[in-house]
Design a protein around this ligand. Structure first.
Ligand code: ZN
Length: 505
């Protein structure tokens, strides 16, 4: 195969798979957001299954590997985009081929059963029901490490599956920094009372919906190149860069939930909308990694949306719609959106404690893969870690080890990408404020984030997946991943809110 034939073949395969993706994404949106008659499930499911299988089969055909190997042999003659396309296609192809089909089939059947059992086990708070599944899943994950291959630690193979380039060495350093500085900070805040006003009562959903256009416009999410839907569990769905859809859920008794889920999903959406058009044919108009995606949603949600200046802009909008805020001032709202309190449920955790929840899961997963602990002991080990990091113990399994679906779904190595992403965001924000010299608070005050978003577009969004996450971070900020920016950001912010006297002294 010539180099040109290999390029044509790969670009053709990518074009094909984009059409499959478009069809699958629209079916997903239709089912999740538009809503479909239950009687149509079976036929839709069959069509979805065929489309997924067909696109996989086409990508995994022997000629794809031949094209990849041909391009790899011509590496020095490739452009940057061609090289990145070859790297990603090769990685995807080889990872998929690393698992023998019969093993993959057996594992899929196992997790499908285990997911159903997990729902019942969580409801009944019965760990014995779940244990045999966890044991089998851990055995499979350990085998997967060998099939994928690794250099230093077997868990590296699983981490890399979700966050390219992440490994135990990097994450041990990250979590050690959190353990050293954030665990004691949380204790200090808890001991000081850590008081914040609660936003309680009922907030008419119609009024909440009126806030949506203001919120999306504030972030810079382009509603003319997407739409906002309502679902049970909010997500962002990319059809293509000119059709990036986001979703939210309105709760009458939880006003902040929709506000912050909108800002969060806008962060995801802006990333997708700002991908460079030239990268599309190469399948590179895609996030650099899951963590990189999460870095954008959390930067907008937390570093902008939970800033004091944003609270100042948000307050009059809330006062106009809800009497509840009549006597509130900016600082009261700023504290109310930045509650810092030990909690047991990860998905409800606040900004300060979120990564500590991830640290519990990271340490347990790592030990399970190392074979140092047994799945049978997870409930106690889980509770011990919560006590160590957050100072509280779950009283039952539903608020303890059985709260997340991930392990029963066979997703090992997934959790850390959430926390790492948040830390990437803090590192970017530091560069935006210092080296790029952008006045973040002035932009928020003006309700025009253009200077911030322009920096992100140029340095992160438009780059798609040309670079590996750590390389992208280095090009954008001048250094590879450094968790200290995140630690410093949390310390400064939460000390300022809750331990002010210590800061001023
Ligand atoms: Zn997200």
């Amino acid at each position: 195969m010539t180099k040109q034939a290999a390029l044509d073949l790969l670009l053709g395969k990518i074009k094909e798979s984009k059409s499959f993706h478009l069809a699958l994404a629209l079916i997903h949106w239709d089912a999740m957001v538009t809503g479909v008659p239950t009687k149509s499930y079976a036929a839709r499911g069959a069509a979805e299954g065929w489309l997924s299988m067909e696109t996989f089969k086409r990508m995994m055909a022997p000629e794809t590997l031949e094209a990849i190997e041909t391009l790899e042999a011509h590496d020095s003659e490739l452009t940057e985009t061609e090289r990145a396309m070859t790297r990603i296609a090769g990685r995807t192809y080889r990872k998929a081929k690393a698992i023998p089909p019969e093993e993959l089939g057996a594992f899929r059947a196992l997790v499908s059963e285990s997911n159903q059992v997990w729902e019942k086990a969580r409801e009944k708070r019965d760990y014995e029901m779940m244990l045999p599944y966890y044991e089998k899943i851990v055995t499979y994950q350990r085998k997967l490490c060998d099939l994928y291959g690794y250099e230093k630690h077997p868990y590296d193979a699983l981490l890399d599956d979700y966050e390219i380039g992440a490994n135990v060495e990097m994450l041990d350093g990250f979590f050690a920094a959190l353990r050293k500085e954030i665990v004691p900070l949380l204790k200090d805040i808890t001991n000081s009372g850590g008081e914040a006003e609660e936003i309680t009562g009922k907030f008419a959903i119609e009024k909440q919906k009126e806030l949506m256009p203001w919120l999306t416009d504030f972030t810079g999410y382009d509603r003319t190149r997407g739409k906002v839907g309502e679902v049970e569990h909010p997500f962002c769905l990319t059809i293509n860069r000119n059709d990036v859809r986001i979703t939210t859920k309105y709760h009458e008794d939880n006003l902040l939930s929709s506000i912050y889920s909108i800002i969060h999903e806008c962060g995801h959406g802006i990333y997708e909308q700002n991908m460079s058009e030239e990268l599309e044919p190469y399948a590179l108009a895609d996030c650099a990694s899951m963590g990189m995606h999460e870095s954008q949603s959390r930067l907008y949600e937390n570093m902008i949306g939970r800033s004091r200046t944003f609270a100042e802009r948000l307050l009059p909008n809330l006062q106009e719609k809800f009497d509840f805020f009549k006597n509130w001032d900016t600082d009261t709202l700023y504290r109310a959106v930045n509650i810092a309190r030990p909690s047991l449920i990860r998905i409800e955790a606040d900004e300060l404690t979120y990564s500590l929840h991830i640290m519990v899961r990271y340490e347990l997963e790592k030990s399970l893969i190392e074979g140092n602990i047994k799945a049978a002991n997870l409930p106690t080990l889980w509770a011990d870690k919560y006590e160590e990091f957050l100072g509280i113990r779950p009283q039952n399994l539903a608020e303890g080890v059985l709260q997340d679906v991930h392990w029963s779904a066979g997703l090992f190595g997934y959790f850390p990408s959430y926390a790492v992403g948040t830390a990437y965001g803090a590192q970017m924000m530091n560069t935006i404020r210092t080296k790029a010299g952008i006045d973040v608070d002035a932009a928020i005050k003006k309700e025009d984030l253009t200077p911030i978003t322009n920096w992100l577009r140029e340095n992160i969004h438009s780059q798609g997946s040309i670079h590996l996450p750590n390389d992208l971070l280095k090009r954008a900020t001048g250094e590879t991943f450094n968790p200290q920016y995140y630690v410093n950001y949390l310390k400064e912010k939460f000390t300022g809110i809750y331990l002010k006297s210590t800061v001023n002294s």
